[in-house]
Every structure is written in structure tokens, then in C-alpha cells.
Write a protein that binds this ligand. Structure first.
Ligand SMILES: O=C(O)Cc1cc(O)ccc1O
Ligand SMILES: [Fe+2]
Length: 433
């Protein structure tokens, strides 16, 4: 992989890219003989008949078709589980300190630890949330996740990623999405890498509508970056790990899976720098719903009710007048999982650390901790820039069930609900004589 990578830009564009000129057929997808002796393979990420606006597929022109692989054998990765989770979910507000211990002598595949999931991996509904931590590159190993599109949210260490479509580097403050079923391999140049991972079992992530905001704003299409075609020169053997229907399998390949010389289509991995998010918020009063911060959404079949919303809380100006500025106390039909990439989150100044996470499931009451409530209720409301902060939320219409391992993890902060314990009644009846 070269260090200065080139990217194509524009969310969901129909791209064309070739590592050797002349590798792409002109005017058709599958000529009787593809150029340069390459094999043609279609990669369908939506049903053939999905409406045109949602349809995603890519044509690969590669040295060998993907069927050239050994039989599947089972592989064990016991800490990466899938929905449905068998353990009952208490409705408690939950929070965890950063996980320790999952980045020792592991590569990415073995360094994934599941946190919570919903829906059903077999029915392609819901999400699986995990944390990864690893200190080895995936030398000679590649992975396919047939269960989900994968959203990576790194909080430590740059990822150097090879995929069938080409190479990407992803640093904290950026995100990456790899389509369901695409082969990839992750290397690191630093000592370790840690981050959050959301497996989206449902409809591929897309940009949310803008409504009356107009044609620009939020995450702009042009800021999404896709790799250019690239293939691995050395044709050494690979172990390919497949996650399929919640279980893991391995095959041996006598050649590199990264042998795509050219590709054309709109289903490809992409990355996005979260600092490019054009934040739109109130310039008058009141705290709007956090849906104004949605970067990407995976719709469900109920309009406006997402399988997954990926929402960020980035640095921004806060100017709201005569307003309680932090998030309000609330109860939400949607389930909210939150993580912190860096800095401090405005609703929780203590106990919510980068690498840590919280879960407020459907209808579980939550909101600002007592100290934040007191401070914000009495603050002088000058315009203020929120710096040193980058939190995010995976929000879903389905209840998120933590794994038994996470419910009992030493990192779970069992005293978390105590952050609201001091919120006493201040009620005074003004009409009393
Ligand atoms: O619970 C949270 O901290 C996330 C959140 C933030 C916000 O600004 C409004 C609602 C909400 O759920
Ligand atoms: Fe919330």
C-alpha cells in the first residue's frame, strides 16, 4: 500500500477506476472476453430489483473469480457474537469505562468484542455493536463479513485498509464503511488501534434527507472518499475468514484476494472526515432534536424510523438564548448507544471517557448529570464554542441487548445512575399565600 493515497469523491457515485489502463470494458459490463484476460464478477449489495435510487452493485475485473477458494472450515471467534442475543436486557441506564485487554497479540479479526445487538442477523434486520482493539496487522489474512455492512469509528490509531476496490487509511476523527461481503484486510503502523464498530445487518447506510434545509449542509456528498482500483503485486496465499449467519469460517486461497485490476459501480468502501460535517443548529432558542447531527442513516420499513442512525456531536458554536443548552431530560422510543472519540461530552462531564460507551434503551429515562444540570441552569448564556469534543450515537428503532459478557464486565459502571441521584425537587408554589 502506498502512503499518499488517491481517492474518488462523491457519495454513491457510479465510479469507474482502473489500475491498468484498458482493463475496463467500454460500453458493456460482460463482454465475451474481458480485457487483459481478466474475469468479470458482479458484486450485488442490494437485490437486483431494488429501486434504481437504492440499487447498489459493482462490477469487478479480476485475475480470478472469487469462487477460486478451498472449502469452508469452521473458525472460532467467541467474543464476536450476533443478534439475537439470548440474555434478557434490563431497562437500566448503563455505562462502561473503556475496555481493557482486547488489544494484546491480536489482529483485527480476533480483537473484536461484541457489546450489544438487536434485530436478527439471519433476517438482515438490526445492528451489532462492538469494540475492536488490536496490535497486529492482518498479514496474510483477509475477511468477508456476509452478515453486515461495517461502520468503523476509530478512537485510537490509524487503520491501513486493503479492499477489493483499493486502499484507504482511516484515522480517529474519520469513519469508514465497508459494504457487506467485501473482502478486506487491516494493517497498522502504530503499536495498536482501538475503535467502535457497528455492523449494519439492514439496508445500506445512506445520506439523510435535508428537507427545508435545502440542497447543502450536514454531510455533503462530495466529502465521501472512495478508493481507486489497486491490486496486490505479490500473489502469496491468504487465509480468508468469513462471518456468515453469526458464525465464522475459514478458507485458504492460493493467491491474493486483492486481485481486482478495475471496477465500475456504486458499491464500494468509503471514508468520511467528521470535521467536514456542516453543523446546522439553532440560532434562536431551544435545543433541537439530535437528528440534526445525523451523518448517515440506514432506513427501516417505517418512514423516519431508522434501523440505524449514525449521529455525531462535533465541535460547534452554541448561541441559544434563554435556553437550557445541554441535552434535556428525555425518554425516547428509539434506543441510544453512545461513544466518545475524543474530549468531553456536554451532558456528562465525568465518567464518560474516550473509548467508553453508554446505553439508554427504549423509554429508559436519561439526560444531563446533576452537576451539568446545575451549571447549565445558572450559566451566563454568551455565545460559546464547544471545543475538544467528539461524541457519537448509534440510534436504532430496535432494543439493544448487551451481551452477557458486557452486562457482567468489570468495566461496567454499576453506579452510573447515581449521577442523577442529587436532582431534588426545587418546586415552589408561587400561588401560596
Ligand atoms: O442522550 C444523549 O445524550 C443524546 C442526545 C443528545 C441530544 O442533544 C438530544 C437528545 C439526545 O438523546
Ligand atoms: Fe438521549
Amino acid at each position: 500500500m502506498t502512503t499518499a493515497l488517491h481517492y474518488l469523491s462523491g457519495f454513491n457515485n457510479q465510479f469507474e477506476t482502473e489500475a491498468i489502463s484498458g482493463a475496463l470494458p467500454v460500453g458493456q459490463f460482460n463482454p465475451q472476453k474481458a480485457p487483459l484476460g481478466l474475469y468479470t464478477e458482479q458484486f450485488s449489495s442490494t437485490a437486483f430489483t431494488a429501486p434504481r435510487a437504492q440499487n447498489r452493485r459493482t462490477w469487478f475485473y479480476r485475475k480470478r473469480p472469487s469462487v477460486c477458494q478451498s472449502d469452508y472450515q469452521t473458525y472460532v471467534q467467541a467474543s464476536w457474537t450476533s443478534a439475537p442475543e439470548p440474555t434478557p436486557t434490563p431497562p437500566s441506564a448503563m455505562r462502561w469505562s473503556p475496555l481493557t485487554g482486547n488489544d494484546t497479540t491480536n489482529d483485527f479479526i480476533d480483537g473484536v468484542v461484541s457489546i450489544a445487538s438487536n434485530g436478527s442477523v439471519k433476517e438482515q434486520v438490526g445492528i451489532g455493536i462492538a469494540h475492536y482493539g488490536f496490535n497486529l496487522s492482518m498479514k496474510g489474512r483477509a475477511m468477508i463479513n456476509a452478515d453486515a455492512e461495517m461502520l468503523f469509528v476509530p478512537h485510537q490509531g490509524e487503520l491501513q485498509v486493503k479492499t477489493e476496490c483499493g486502499c484507504l487509511t482511516v484515522a480517529p476523527g474519520e469513519i469508514m464503511v465497508i459494504p457487506r461481503g467485501m473482502k478486506f484486510s487491516i494493517d497498522i503502523s502504530e503499536n495498536s488501534a482501538r475503535g467502535y464498530l457497528c455492523e449494519n445487518y439492514g439496508h445500506p447506510l445512506t445520506l439523510p434527507e435535508r428537507g427545508p434545509v435545502g440542497a447543502n449542509g450536514f454531510a455533503n456528498d462530495r466529502d465521501f472518499q472512495y478508493p481507486v482500483a489497486w491490486f496486490e503485486e505479490s500473489d502469496h496465499s491468504y487465509e480468508l475468514i468469513t462471518k456468515f449467519s453469526g458464525h465464522f469460517y475459514r478458507n485458504l486461497l492460493e493467491h491474493s484476494p486483492f486481485d481486482v485490476v478495475a471496477w465500475a459501480g456504486n458499491s464500494a468502501p468509503y471514508k468520511y472526515d467528521l470535521s467536514r460535517f456542516n453543523v446546522i443548529n439553532t440560532v434562536s432558542f431551544d435545543h433541537p432534536d439530535p437528528s440534526i447531527f445525523t451523518v448517515l442513516t440506514s432506513p427501516s420499513y417505517a418512514e423516519g424510523t431508522a434501523n440505524l442512525d449514525f449521529v455525531i456531536f462535533p465541535p460547534r458554536w452554541m448561541v441559544a438564548e434563554h435556553t437550557f443548552r445541554p441535552p434535556w431530560f428525555h425518554r425516547n422510543v428509539m434506543s441510544e448507544f453512545m461513544g466518545l472519540i475524543e474530549g468531553v461530552y456536554d451532558a456528562k462531564e465525568k465518567g464518560f471517557e474516550p473509548g467508553g460507551f453508554s446505553l439508554h434503551n427504549a423509554m429508559t429515562p436519561h439526560g444531563p448529570e446533576q452537576a451539568v444540570f446545575e451549571k447549565a441552569s445558572n450559566a451566563n448564556l454568551k455565545p460559546e464554542r464547544y471545543e475538544n469534543t467528539l461524541a457519537f450515537m448509534f440510534e436504532s428503532r430496535y432494543v439493544l441487548a448487551p451481551t452477557a459478557q458486557m452486562l457482567n464486565a468489570p468495566e461496567r459502571q454499576l453506579d452510573y445512575p447515581q449521577c442523577w441521584a442529587g436532582l431534588e425537587s426545587k418546586f415552589t408554589d408561587n400561588n401560596e399565600s
